[in-house]
Design a protein around this ligand. Structure first.
Ligand code: 5RP
Length: 240
């Protein structure tokens, strides 16, 4: 692929996908410089960023602070000794790093597999760049052909919101766990929407933005900066 710089990182795990996530995360964590305030994403890939940042704080004396995108990340970061700040206590972030569920050739994303996409969007919007970390299986030609699009909706009247969503060409399903609805950190419901491929993410994002009852959706259009892609062999490439 044109414009892609190959890097090589040492493979440290045997599990293929976990290894791919880990090498991408480690490469992105190495972009952080001392003194930075960093937007801290959410998910299993991002957990490896925290691991690497903690390692660098210990080994190199790296100093940073972070703004978490979820309660889960706040807990992990605190345990790793990363100082946390409230978003409103900082003027701007220096960088945001986060995972994604799918990435298309235009660097549009589906996010929200962990249900944190609202906070992820807000935090990423406060940074000059959102660096996205993925394993290579998440690179797709068309978004939404495999992965369901997460949509966060207000609990009040959610069945009506689901019908409005269905009218955009999907089958929405309420996310559930242990027989009950999953709530986001914001106390809202998550509807996972099955589209038959999202051929025009810009138009769909605009349509979803206008729906009553929708708080936010997982389509991140034109927001991604560099994409750091890892594979199971431990190779990392950067899509600029
Ligand atoms: C959470 C997200 C995650 O970044 C996305 O779901 C990727 O998760 P993972 O790194 O566990 O595959 O958007 O809301």
């Amino acid at each position: 692929m044109a414009g892609v710089r190959p890097l090589r990182y040492l493979a440290r795990m045997t599990d293929g996908v976990a290894n791919a996530k880990r090498v991408a995360a480690f490469a992105a964590a190495d972009l952080v410089e001392s003194g930075m305030c960093v937007g801290l994403g959410t998910g299993s890939t991002f957990a490896f960023v925290i691991e690497r940042l903690a390692e660098r704080m210990r080994d190199e004396g790296l100093e940073l602070s972070g703004v978490p995108t979820s309660e889960a990340t706040a807990k992990l970061a605190k345990a790793a000794g990363i100082p946390l700040r409230d978003l409103d206590a900082v003027e701007r972030l220096d960088l945001a790093i986060d995972g994604a569920d799918e990435v298309d050739p235009q660097k549009n994303l589906i996010k929200g597999g962990g249900g944190a996409h609202l906070r992820e969007r807000i935090v990423a919007s406060a940074a000059p760049e959102l660096v996205v970390i993925v394993d290579d299986q998440k690179l797709v030609d068309v978004l939404g052909a495999k992965f369901l699009l997460p949509v966060e909706v207000v609990p009040l009247g959610w069945r009506h919101t689901a019908r409005r969503l269905a009218a955009t060409g999907c089958e929405p399903k309420r996310r559930e766990q242990n027989g009950g609805p999953v709530l986001s950190d914001n106390g809202n419901l998550l509807l996972d929407c099955k589209y038959d491929g999202i051929t025009d993410p810009t138009a769909l994002a605009r349509e979803l933005d206008s729906l009553v009852g929708v708080v936010d959706h997982g389509l991140f259009v034109g927001m991604a900066g560099r994409i750091v892609v890892g594979n199971s062999a431990g190779d990392v490439r950067l899509i600029p």
